[in-house]
Ligand binder design. Sequence first.
Ligand code: NIG
Ligand code: FE
Length: 407
Amino acid sequence: MNAPEIFRHIGQLVTMNPQAKGQTASFAMMPNAALVVEGGQVTWSGSETDLPIDYQNLPFTDCKGRLVTPGLVDAHTHLLYAGNRSHEVALRAEGKSYLQILEAGGGILSTVRQTRQASDHDLRAGVQKRLQTALSHGTTTMEIKTGYDLTAKGELRLLQILKEVQKSSPMRIVITCLAAHAVPPEYQGRGMDYLDHLKVSVLPHIADLAEFVDIFCEAGVFSVEESRSYLETAQQLGLRIKLHVDELQDGQGAELAADLHAASADHCAMTGLRGIEALARAGVPAVILPGTAGYLHHGGMADARALIDRGVSVAIGSDGNPGSSPTESLAMIMPWAAAWLHLVPEEVWAGMTVMGARALDLKDRGGLTPGMAADFLVWDTDDYRYPCYHYGSNLVQEVYLHGTRVV
Ligand code: NIG
Ligand code: FE
C-alpha cells in the first residue's frame, strides 16, 4: 500500500455528489478543505478542520488556497482524424450550411478522404497530441469516436488505433464505434445497404474494441428507421449504444434513444418537449454540445433548462472534431455553456463531471468522494464560479491522474 498523499489548504474543494440524482443536487463544494489519496484513489475529502488525526502530522502538498475540482469528463469527441477543415469557414460565411457542405462531398467526407490516406503512425500521433492538449486543459476522461473512414476494414483500423492509445494513456479513454457517421461515397443514396454491411462486417467483431456503438441519426444522413434497425442489431450482439440525435432538426431521434434505452442521447439541440419527456421517462441521459451549436451558429441550442427541470441527467461535452467543434478543450466551453444554455455554474460543473461519467457508465469518475479515482485539477482561482465566467485562457494549473501530477 502506498503512503497516503495529503493535499491541504484547498480554498474550495469541489467534490461533487455522485450519488445524487438532480443536476444541482449533484454539485457539492466545501471551503478550506483537504483531500487524501491512497493507491490512486480518493480515500478522504472534507473540511480541513475535520482532517483525521492520523493525517495531520504527515507531509502534505500545499494547494495555497486555490480551487480543486474533479478532472473534467468529456463524454463526446471525435478526435481521431487527419487534416483539418479550415477552408469551411469561408464556405459558411458564404451561407453554405453544414449539411449542404456534406452533401457536396465536403464536411465529414473531406475528413474521411484525409483519414483514409493517413498512416497508423500519423493518426496515432495526431490523437495523442490532441489528448495532451485536452489534458493540459483539465480533461482527464475522454470518450473518442471513430467515424472518419467509413469502410469496415478502415473503421476496425481506427478502433485498433484507439485501443492502443487507450492502453498507453494514463487518461481514461472510452472508445465508441461510429462507423455509421455518414453514408460513404461508395454507398451514396444507399444508406441502409451501408448499415446492413456494417451489421455483418463490423458489429460482430468489436466487442473487445469498442465500449459503445453510435450513429448519426439525422434527416439527410441516417433516418430513425435505419438507425433503429442498426442499433437493435448492435444490442442483440451485446453492445451498448449511443445516438447523435436532433442536431440540426427535431427528427424524433430522442424518442428513439429513449425507446432503445440508449446509454445517452447526444446533441438534442433541436429536441422538443416530447423527446425531452421521453428521455426523462426512460432515464436516458442527454449529452449536450453547446460548442457545436454555437460554432455552427445555425440557431439550435439544446433546451437544457427543460431537460434539467424534467429530471434528465445533462452531460455537457466538447464534441471536439475537425468540422463542427474544432477544439480539444472542454474547459473553454464552460462560460458558453453557462451563457447559452442559461445554466448556473453548479449545473455546468455537474454536466462536465458526474453527468459526463454517467453518460459513459463510469462509476469511479467525475467526483472526489472516497472510492473515486484521484483525477483532479488545481485551478488559477479560488472560486468555482470563475471558470464559468472567464474565457479565452487556460485556467488549469495542475492536473493529477490517479494522484500523480501529470501537468
Ligand atoms: O457531432 N454530427 C456529426 N458528427 C459531428 C461532426 C463531425 C464533423 O463534422 O466532422 C458532430 O457534430
Ligand atoms: Fe458528435
